[in-house]
Design a binder for this molecule. Structure first.
Ligand code: AMP
Length: 603
């Protein structure tokens, strides 16, 4: 099937040609002809990577009347990153039309967005919080909106945007069409579909809750204490990896990324403790492939839509199976293949079965590669690189007589062996005594236990370190729910949900935790705020002792000594990585360049 056959107009087809889109993807084939019709409520169950942005974006742009002044199309999505990405895609599709697109999202100057809207806009792409703000300020009117797209509806509900979405939709006309996209179909999403749509066409790419068929799901059973060493082997075994490692907590994310970086891997963390500017910088570096491995929490990685990710590594499994769908869906986008690798300890096999049942997919049991396998892969990578190296005849010629003289007496075979060994001995030495990291499910290790919920450092009184606990005067009876509380705090303060910790709702009051550094701001901004007609009052529950984290704790991974020395003495105790030694060399004036000799990323 071709795009022409789907019924799109020539201006839109022209931009597709320029983009190089040759044939519509399955979701596009099914959605576009339906969405081009006048009455077209629609539910699309599709992951990112299936081409869903074009599935709604092309008919949206096709159908918009260029002469109208007020916005006719509205796309609501959960995160600022996704908002920018969608707006960028729509602008490209609309290149040969007069359709104007404006992105509105939090965390930036609202005045500029207001000016952009005033200039005239056909399609608004928005995150719910900022759009609500604009509606409250009467800076935007949605009374002529014909098409509302709810993208990643399940994520928006997870993030507590249900009420905002309801309020936004109330300001749109009854006759509008609603197009909903979601990777999964929990009951709340089904409810939205029921409330806002008339007999929608439902299209599912794959089964409901099933993941993309191009993803190979592989799990590895290791002892709890070997998790980190196993991750390194998986990276070493895939020298061309462009991967996302998921951890469950910010602390774990920071710690894994820090250890990898210190061992010379080209890795950085992405989590809620970073400022927006820091997160943007890390995401940009990852997008540019300047970073090979990104270690992220589920929350921070939301909206990070990047093609070509080769591997998703689950450092451990998320509690929520739907999060696994989201994690694994980061790879195998746009028809490509990808691998989702999962590390479990000996007591966690049940979790794999649960995911298999829910996603109707099968996992294969993988084997953590051994020393020989890794050395072979890395050696061949080196050889490939040598073969691909450009020989600058003129530049090297002056040196060649001396080189030839030095190598005189060695046969070709001997020269090859010497060069290979010079590069390679360090890896062979490193992996010489590397243990077999594969364990057997069910054959427990004392340290192994099924992880339930993020393991967070807690004080004696149960409160998480680094967090302040607040009392709130409203509870379930006042209509408060976790999403509502989250929105209340985030809207009043400008913080994001990742800054907020545990929430405990009681019938007539509640508690929540938030990062210490925001405590003062939260007290100032949330006190006196309004929640559904009630005035909110909050206070800090306990006077905090100094946040003297882990005084007697184990401390760092690095002893400050040289890598080489530490490496040798520690080799049997703690597994290092291929990164160790090259990094030491890179330090000599090369900055923090990526690690292996076989690296293929960065400039
Ligand atoms: P999405 O699911 O919208 O995030 O799209 C995933 C990726 O697939 C994006 O990079 C799109 O540009 C690309 N894409 C979408 N539709 C097509 C198509 N018909 N042909 C080729 N690439 C596409």
């Amino acid at each position: 099937m071709t795009f022409e056959e789907l019924g799109l107009k020539s201006e839109v087809l022209k931009s597709l040609k320029e983009l190089g889109f040759e044939a519509p993807t399955p979701i596009q084939q099914k959605a576009i002809p339906h969405l081009l019709k006048e009455d077209s409520d629609f539910v699309g169950l599709a992951q990112t990577g299936t081409g869903k942005t074009a599935a709604f974006g092309l008919p949206l742009i096709n159908n918009i009347d260029n002469n109208a002044r007020a916005p006719q199309g509205l796309v609501i999505c959960p995160t600022r990153e996704l908002c920018l990405q969608i707006a960028k895609d729509l602008e490209i599709f609309a290149k040969y039309t007069n359709v104007k697109i404006v992105a509105v999202y939090g965390g930036t100057d609202i005045r500029r967005q207001i000016t952009d809207i005033k200039r005239g806009v056909s399609i608004i792409v928005a995150t719910p919080g900022r759009l609500m703000d604009l509606i409250d300020r009467k800076a935007v009117s949605l009374s002529e909106v014909n098409y509302v797209v709810l993208d990643e509806a399940d994520e928006m509900l997870n993030m507590g945007f249900k009420e905002d979405i309801d309020s936004i939709l109330e300001t749109t006309p009854d006759y509008k069409n609603v197009w909903l996209f979601s990777a999964t179909m929990p009951a709340e999403v089904a409810r939205i579909a029921k409330n806002y749509m008339d007999n929608p066409l439902e299209v599912s790419i794959g089964h409901k809750n099933q993941s993309n068929e191009n993803i190979d799901h592989i799990y590895y059973v290791v002892k709890e204490r070997d998790r980190y060493a196993a991750v390194k082997r998986l990276i070493d075994f895939n020298p061309d990896i462009y991967g996302l490692i998921f951890c469950r907590t910010r602390q774990e994310t920071a710690s894994v990324a820090d250890k990898l970086a210190k061992e010379g891997y080209n890795a950085e963390p992405l989590h809620g403790d970073l400022s927006q500017a820091q997160r943007d910088r890390v995401m940009d570096r990852f997008r540019q492939k300047d970073l090979q491995v990104l270690v992220a929490t589920d929350v921070a990685a939301r909206g990070l839509d990047i093609d070509n990710i080769t591997h998703v590594i689950n450092y451990n499994l998320p509690d929520d199976i739907e999060n696994y769908t989201h994690r694994s869906g980061r790879t195998a986008r746009a028809g490509r293949k990808g691998e989702s690798l999962v590390l479990i300890n000996t007591r966690e096999a049940g979790k794999i079965r649960a995911i298999e049942r829910q996603m109707r997919t099968t996992f294969t049991l993988g084997t953590i590669p051994n020393a020989t396998e890794i050395c072979e892969i890395q050696l061949m990578k080196l050889i490939e690189k040598v073969i691909a190296t450009e020989v600058k005849e003129a530049d090297i010629e002056p040196f060649m007589p001396k080189v030839r003289e030095a190598l005189e007496g060695l046969t070709k075979e001997e020269v090859i062996k010497q060069f290979v060994s010079a590069e390679f001995n360090r890896f062979i030495n490193y992996y010489e005594k590397a243990a077999d990291l594969n364990a057997q499910a069910g054959k427990g290790d004392r340290d192994d236990r099924e992880e339930r919920g993020p393991r967070r450092e807690r004080r004696n009184d149960g409160q998480e370190l680094g967090k302040t606990r607040f009392f709130v005067n409203l509870g379930k009876r006042d209509g408060l729910n976790p999403g509502g509380l989250l929105r209340l705090v985030c809207d009043a303060t400008g913080l994001t949900s990742s800054n907020i910790g545990k929430i405990d709702l009681m019938p007539s009051f509640s508690f929540f935790e938030a990062d210490d550094e925001y405590a003062e701001k939260i007290l100032r901004k949330v006190n006196g705020a309004n929640y559904e007609g009630n005035t909110v009052s909050i206070e800090v529950t306990k006077k905090k002792t100094s946040s003297n984290r882990g005084g007697g704790g184990g401390g760092g991974y690095r002893d400050g000594g040289s890598f080489g020395g530490k490496f040798k003495s520690d080799r049997n105790k703690k597994e290092g990585g291929f990164g160790d030694r090259p990094r030491k060399e890179h330090r000599k004036g090369q900055g923090s360049k990526p690690r292996t000799f076989g690296k293929s990323f960065g400039k």
